[in-house]
Design a protein around this ligand. Sequence first.
Ligand code: SF4
Length: 345
Amino acid sequence: MKPSQFSLALLSWYDQSGRTNLPWQQDPTPYQVWVSEIMLQQTQVATVIPYYQRFMIRFPDNATLAAASQDDVLSYWTGLGYYARARNLHRCAQYVAEIHQGQLPAELDALIALPGIGRSTAGAIMALAYHQRFSILDGNVKRVLARFYAIASWPGNKATEQQMWQQADNLLPDQRIAAYIQAQMDLGATLCTRSKPNCDCCPLQSNCQAYARGTPTDFPIAKPKKTIPTRQSHWLILLTDDRRVLLSKRPEKGIWGGLWCFPSFDDTHTLEQHIDNTKTVSKQPAVFRHIFTHFKLDIHPHLYHAKQSAAENITGQAIWYKIEDALTLGLPAPVKKTLLTLSKG
Ligand code: SF4
């Protein structure tokens, strides 16, 4: 199949069956493409839509986002995960305001130089917002290409990724670049899905090598397996009679950077050094597990009643918040869940 036939087949399918009513698709500004692309990294469209809509109401343009506090931005990301995306988005908006007069640059390398923008996101902004001839290589496109060419190695491998960029570039049409890029994403999201590709409806079927072999789901080749370690975290949950809790802000680097959490310790012994006779132990909430990409975290909540919101010797910034005020902060999902449970107790 010639590249022109590939793009023609894809575009004809898109004209019939593509998604045209996603909230970031209506004549999008570069800002809207950028925010949606960042939210869509590692996250399904259906999950992103309400977050995107709320975010756009609060931060409709780069200037509003740049002027906001990090806490405010993170609070609109609570539950979406991968919080470095939100911190980078915020930093990037400030760079754009300072060095690009508030407008995302229409140049691939200048986009890649900004925080949190990789080659694929930059390509998407160039193609979807600026209608320039650039390719993308997000998860959906990688899956389609890995199957179409039956690529025999893991796409995260540097050389393989390089080869896929080459293939993605070669396939670009001369016209209708934005529709073509959207068509690639749509094909991967709606037909060439991870576990149940609908090859019978696929415009690429007649030349798809994985289909010809009868093994589409064998591609892309999986990442070589590593066992994921399990870590322990002991949360000190101090609750006062007037329903305040002590939260501390996580350092920028590391998990949940910049978000508000209960003070946490690696073991019970260290945690108990913060307990004195003014605090009384409450019924202990159950231990629960949170899964990150690189490790599992077993969370042990230790709930104590404190008579008053006195200063505690906690490393970093720690503040007593009324539970309802705490719920408006940037929080990791397990902290939010715990606070909601406390608010009902
Ligand atoms: S034929 Fe099947 S495996 Fe090949 S690109 Fe289409 S949906 Fe994916």
